[in-house]
Design a protein. Sequence first.
Length: 371
Amino acid sequence: MLQSFHEDCVERAQHAFGRGGLDRRGALRLLGALGLAPLAAGGSAQAQGTRELVMVNWGGIANEGFARAYGAPFEAANPGFKVVQNSTGPSAGRIKSMVDSGSVTWDICDSSATSARLLGKQNLVAKINYDIVKKSDVISEAFALEHGAAPYSFSSVLAYDSSKFPNGGPQNWADFYDLRKFPGTRLMRRDALAVLDAAQMALGKDPKNLYPLDTRASLNKLKEIRRNAVFWANGSESEQFMRTGEAVMGQIWHTRAKVLEQETNGRIKFIWNQGLLQAGIFVIPRGAPGGEASQRLLASMLAHPEPQVELLKFLGNGPTNPRAAALVPEEFKRFNPTDPANAAQQVTLDGNWWGDNYAQLNQDVIDIITG
């Protein structure tokens, strides 16, 4: 099953906690920086007269930090409200079933730009009220869509094993596709998203004018290296393919690239150049019981840069508030996808375009991979 970025964040945090890379004291310290400690794992009882807003994510210690980092500032500014965690997993299918049944119990859900577009076209999620949510609280319009807005970001970047390339490693997607100059197995996600964008850049299209993609050309480009590639479905797989040397370079999430770079003392490197910067979108199901308060919660999530910076430290999620970059400690700037120096080298993935084209293109990519 294909894993989402935030599901992978949860897995990484749980793994770090389980193997001792993040002990209980360290976890509590990080959660405490978010205003979360002490924190009970199972949620909290509803106080008399308190209105609950249900935020739906993917569970685990990472989810506690992710959800309540945004809930705490809202609760402080809105006495009488409590943001509670639901770990059910907010898939598009579950949102659709809930809305179709007329029994919506969720107020705000972790999603994606693609899903927000698809759900919006089916009238399953509310339009974002930009009189309440402020577009000035995100770094660009790509993080404030018609049916969703993004309090975090992530990137798909090019990572490579520098020991395999003593004369210098790949610097762009054209190099990634050049098997003669840079021989060896490639690694890509088992998905069309970001994979076809990279193929388009490998064909030489100006990254500043990447969309719409020439889909036929991009699919044909992918076919060129299909027999020299392996494909990952979850973040831990992407690490393992690189760690064992089964792949010499790969397109992976920046959070996993950071782990590999640090673990190998820089032998496995990654570059921001031509990375695909993506919006971590939240959506509001149509008929959410919180009503306007759900919009105000989303506005709060975007408006406070300090918790976003703490989540960068804790999970690796990039902040999206434009005031956050100045608050990021020097040692974390290298790994922040929205640091101005890093963001300037990347392409912001067009979630609306992908929402209109994803279903067919993803099937086309799967057919190439399995064909």
